[in-house]
Ligand binder design. Sequence first.
Ligand code: PMP
Length: 414
Amino acid sequence: MKTFEELESTVRSYSRGWPTVFEKAKGYKIWDTDGNEYIDFFAGAGALNYGHNDDTMQEKMIDYIQNNGILHSLDMGTTSRKMFLERFKEVILEPRDLDYKVMFPGPTGTNSVESALKIARKVTGRDTVISFTNAFHGMTIGSLSVTANSFKRHGAGVPLHHSVSMPFDDYVEGQNTLAYLERFLEDRGSGVALPAAIILETVQGEGGINAASMEWLKKVADLCKRWDILLIVDDVQAGCGRTGTFFSFEPAGIDPDIVCLSKSIGGAGLPMALTLIKPEYDQWGPGEHNGTFRGNNLAFIGAAEALSYWENDDFSKSIQEKGVVLREGIEALVTKYPEFDAHHRGRGLMQGIATAKPELTDAICSEAFQRGLIVETSGPEDEVVKFLPPLIIDKEGINEGLAILDESIKTVLE
Ligand code: PMP
């Protein structure tokens, strides 16, 4: 086993340090160059919802290349782009009665967030954006300005402007935090300008698997309508089925003005992002938001195939069922190890075990790695062990991962 230092050739800020070199992956498993097998409960931080190297996606992408399909075309119309757009409309938007224009903002989730912030500012003529405590929306100046994490913001050196962070859901227990926000909005003398938008994750991934209640989401959507503020849902991590439905906000019955998608939208793990915009907000002139790598044709091939999972309700139901297995497993660990002082968080297959003893989580993840499970921490104090297994995992795979975690917690507590 190599040490992290031996392997590190990347800059210091790159923080993930599993001490090995990975070589191959299939489904929910990944192997290193020494032949060790691992269960992947990390899944590219949510970019591999359909697992590694899905047979059909792989076949379609190989065919595409072998037939000299166009790889790079900037934003020219191509058959692969047309196919993806048609499939997305037919399989995702129309059955959900959603009316969005689709924009390719660039290859990453951050690009999608940046474009969403720009659109909101442009169409409202306002500049402030409200985000929520522990939010993560990206690391560029715009997306960082709505990322409510002081450590990450510190990377920009100086304070960032045009953003206010409000408490997320019931983060402040027993307080009606939205009434508090509304009080700010009513009082123009408070110094908080009427915002262009509110941006939120329905389940905060990097912020510690904090899941907003459906009632709270409805109230936020309602507040946005009353105040003529745009609602941006950042579904980069929680979307594409991660929480049990294609869009994480579906159970709340809300209709956001702008939706950010990336990570698993590419299906096979290639970089891809979408920004979904209500048609009336499509107000950019040609060239107002450019980029060389907007809409990668090979990614479109995998992405179009990935949408086959959504042609009926079976996939969604299976995610929810497996979510119950994962939740029950986590709850059993919480009960089994009272000295770990932990509780369950999350929904769908986006879950975590949060502990009052954050000093233990790194050791648990290292122990799990030694035993063949890839899992990482999240939350402002790394107090959450976070589970994002590929959605195609079976119940046995989930139980296998949970058994390793059980052993790992036991060893660390001993
Ligand atoms: N928004 C959310 C909710 C995310 O989880 C992430 C990535 N962790 C981003 C935006 C940024 O995406 P990317 O890393 O692809 O730029």
